[in-house]
Ligand binder design. Structure first.
Ligand SMILES: Cc1cc2nc3c(=O)[nH]c(=O)nc-3n(C[C@H](O)[C@H](O)[C@H](O)COP(=O)(O)OP(=O)(O)OC[C@H]3O[C@@H](n4cnc5c(N)ncnc54)[C@H](O)[C@@H]3O)c2cc1C
Length: 377
């Protein structure tokens, strides 16, 4: 996006990419359909030590600008849920669009080029050593992304460049990532693998109402991925598996209206049967509503509506969608994305300490920050 905008202004642009193909993350994103933006982009849906930083770029190049570009290229798309926009066909449509815009703007892309060293010769003059020779430039834009999916070539190189120029790096960790469970819980929930349902997942800071999904390693699903970005090791999260109802009231009224029914039958109207049976122990599951005391009903409601879970950890960068932390935004101009103390050096996209929620927010940050830098490089 930065290359396109700079190229349109008549700048001579060279993109150096170490991979053998451009835009690999675009291709693998959104389950192959690229969730390229969201109707409801809001700076509050980004995590950063400087929560104001993302506002400028997001407000100058918005989701509507990107949607217009997608429309201009005739790419069919749809809203899946919660404003999330996906390609009807495949992610390749977005990549093809960007490459065609690059071509029109005379942007040159060199693949299979690993950058090894950056040297500042003077202000607005950098020398780049790569395994394909040296390059000189007036503006150097670092768009190396985060650490997620190391098998796709993710590397800490962008952070190293920042450090080389005295720019602070906030500690990095995996975000939008599934949780792993402690051995006992992993074994207990193994039989639920593949089951997903609507839940409200919370911690001290925030709540997310979306699906959770039991996996053979632990817990995933959008609500879990979202809260993982707000989770610190050792903390517990609270899961309400019955977010639509007041569980105690529902059970009390079921006791009156359906006293002969077993508790597991009542709960199976709201949750998958296997989940109900696993959370209630066998003796309890078979008891008729009439035989349960109010205290028991309250305890049962709590089991499902107030499930405290202490994850063992996360699946880490291997499966994380994003990297939290990164280049300190206080050292960067929010308007131009240039390092305040290094004229000509820019940082855009995920390498910065700006991490979006699940749902197209991270690509929108990549487009917006790239666009903003592209106006000035
Ligand atoms: C599985 C998965 C699915 C995702 N799905 C979505 C989604 O649907 N919607 C959404 O908004 N976000 C999604 N994301 C997040 C999104 O892909 C990233 O936030 C976004 O790609 C960041 O863009 P970027 O340009 O900053 O970095 P990247 O897209 O990571 O690009 C960085 C590029 O720099 C190259 N590079 C790195 N080091 C060097 C070096 N030393 N020399 C040369 N080149 C180098 C890399 O090869 C790479 O091509 C997903 C992420 C993953 C992992």
């Amino acid at each position: 996006m930065c290359a396109i905008e700079a190229g349109k202004r008549g700048r001579k642009v060279l993109v150096l990419e170490k991979a053998n193909k451009p835009g690999k993350k675009i291709l693998m994103s959104g389950g192959g359909r690229c969730n390229f933006t969201n109707y409801h982009i809001n700076p509050n849906d980004y995590i950063s030590h400087n929560p104001h930083f993302c506002k400028s770029a997001l407000s100058r190049y918005t989701q509507w600008d990107f949607i217009n570009l997608v429309k201009k290229h005739g790419i069919p798309f749809h809203e899946k849920t919660l404003g999330q926009l996906f390609c009807d066909h495949k992610s390749q449509d977005i990549l093809t669009m960007l490459l065609s815009e690059c071509q029109q703007a005379n942007v040159e892309i060199r693949l299979n080029t690993q950058i090894e060293k950056i040297e500042k010769v003077s202000d607005h003059h950098f020398k780049i050593n790569s395994d394909r020779g040296d390059f000189h430039c007036q503006s150097l834009v670092v768009a190396t992304g985060g650490l997620s999916i190391p098998t796709m070539g993710a590397s800490p190189f962008g952070y190293k460049i920042a450090e080389q120029f005295g720019i602070k790096i906030w500690p990095t960790r995996a975000g939008l990532v599934p949780f792993t469970l402690h051995v006992a819980e992993k074994e207990r929930f193994a039989e639920l693998s593949g089951i997903g349902f609507d839940s409200l997942v919370s911690n001290d800071q925030i709540s997310f109402r979306e699906n959770i999904l039991f996996t053979h390693r632990g817990l995933s699903g959008p609500a879990i991925l979202q809260i993982s970005s707000y989770w610190q090791p050792g903390e517990a999260i609270l899961i309400n598996m019955l977010p639509e109802i007041n569980a105690v009231e529902m059970l009390k009224s079921a006791k009156k209206s359906q006293p002969q029914k077993q508790i597991k039958t009542i709960l199976a109207e709201y949750l998958p049967k296997r989940v109900v049976e696993l959370f209630l122990n066998t003796d309890l599951a078979e008891i008729k509503m009439a035989a349960l005391s109010h205290q028991q009903l309250e305890d049962i409601a709590k089991l499902f509506a107030n499930w405290p879970l202490k994850p063992n950890g996360t699946e880490g960068y291997r499966t994380a969608e994003v990297t939290l932390g990164g280049v300190d935004c206080d050292a960067i101009s929010s308007k131009t994305l240039m390092a305040e103390n290094v004229p000509g050096l820019y940082f855009i996209g995920e390498v910065l300490d700006v991490t979006g929620w699940l749902g197209g927010f991270n690509f929108q940050w990549a487009w917006s920050s790239g666009w903003a830098a592209g106006q000035v490089v």
